[in-house]
Design a protein around this ligand. Structure first.
Ligand SMILES: NC(=O)c1ccc[n+]([C@@H]2O[C@H](COP(=O)([O-])OP(=O)(O)OC[C@H]3O[C@@H](n4cnc5c(N)ncnc54)[C@H](OP(=O)(O)O)[C@@H]3O)[C@@H](O)[C@H]2O)c1
Length: 273
């Protein structure tokens, strides 16, 4: 697992040996990179790892590393070779594979690891949620609940809904799809959050949606569709999160920064008065 790197390397521009690796792909990860550099200044080098290069990348402070590590062993090699001394898994709540790899790599190398995961949405008494454990279960159910489904799970996992051939899907994506979507009847709506309740209400009405399918991602940017569905009395098939990896976890960027500053942690940036 250790690999034999000739020379441990910090990211370009690193001035000290403190190296924070953030597993990213979320708004929280970007905010954490920004916050860590603001709070700890030159005493930390921050690298954010992304699975793929985003098509419309927002700014990410510090270094950015694109591409998988090659499983837990590859991530452990990276941690050792790049002298990572803090690892924060700030990936999406449904990105279970990389989170597991992060736990295993941390256990294998001894690097302190924290999970930063946004809190799940709270169910309102008027919500008509039907909670299921998987996209496959949602796909089995959707045709029994409605005929026109609003689907906002990104392009990657859409294939799970291919068997639901009796349903017309309206799929919201951030970017135009790179290939034909694997759904028999579907219409694509492009949009990047945050969305307002008024916008969501308008879209649900405009496309005559009678069921919403959502993953329990949490986060303010995409919560409006649930409020709009509640207001319109629409059922929501809500896919529960995969079980979290064991270990220390926080729900906010501020709490993650406090963890970094905790015992044996990073020194605060010195400020000139
Ligand atoms: N799942 C979602 O709905 C969703 C939504 C928004 C953003 N994202 C972000 O998109 C990324 C991929 O999501 P996913 O559901 O495909 O994850 P996943 O199933 O857990 O990961 C698949 C593979 O992608 C690589 N990978 C994932 N996240 C990485 C990261 N931050 N840095 C470097 N490599 C990473 C790893 O490859 P190796 O095994 O080769 O290391 C991993 O085994 C995640 O980072 C996540 O934060 C996901």
């Amino acid at each position: 697992m250790t690999g034999a790197a000739p020379a441990p390397a910090l990211p370009d521009g690193a001035t000290t040996g403190r190296h924070l690796l953030i597993l990213g792909g979320t708004g929280e990860a970007a905010a954490l990179a920004r916050g860590a550099l603001a709070r700890f200044g030159d005493s930390v080098a921050v690298t954010t790892a992304l699975a793929v290069r985003p098509r419309n990348p927002g700014p990410i402070a510090g270094e950015v590393r694109i591409g998988g590590f090659g499983g837990a062993a590859g991530l452990a090699d990276y941690v050792i070779n790049h002298r990572v001394d803090r690892l924060i898994d700030a990936t999406h709540p449904f990105a279970a594979t990389i989170s597991r790899a992060a736990r295993l790599a941390a256990e294998g190398t001894g690097v302190p690891r924290l999970v930063l995961r946004r809190p799940p949405w709270r169910r309102h008494p008027l919500d008509r949620w039907i909670e299921v454990d998987s996209l496959a279960a949602a796909a089995l159910l959707v045709g029994r609940v409605g005929q026109r489904a609003w689907l906002t799970i990104g392009a990657g996992p859409l294939a799970a809904f291919a068997p639901a051939t009796g349903v017309r899907f309206v799929v919201r994506l951030i970017d135009p799809p790179r290939q034909q979507l694997p759904l028999r009847y579907c219409q694509v709506v492009l949009g990047r959050g945050p969305f307002s309740v008024a916008e969501e209400r308008h879209l649900l009405r405009r496309y005559a949606i009678d069921v919403v399918v959502s993953r329990a991602s949490g986060g303010a940017a995409t919560e409006a569709k649930l409020i709009a569905a509640r207001e319109l009395g629409l059922p929501v098939i809500m896919v529960r999160r995969p079980p979290p990896e064991p270990g220390p976890a926080v729900e906010t960027v501020e709490a993650a920064l406090d963890w970094l500053a905790g015992p044996g942690g990073l020194p605060q940036a010195t400020r000139m008065s």
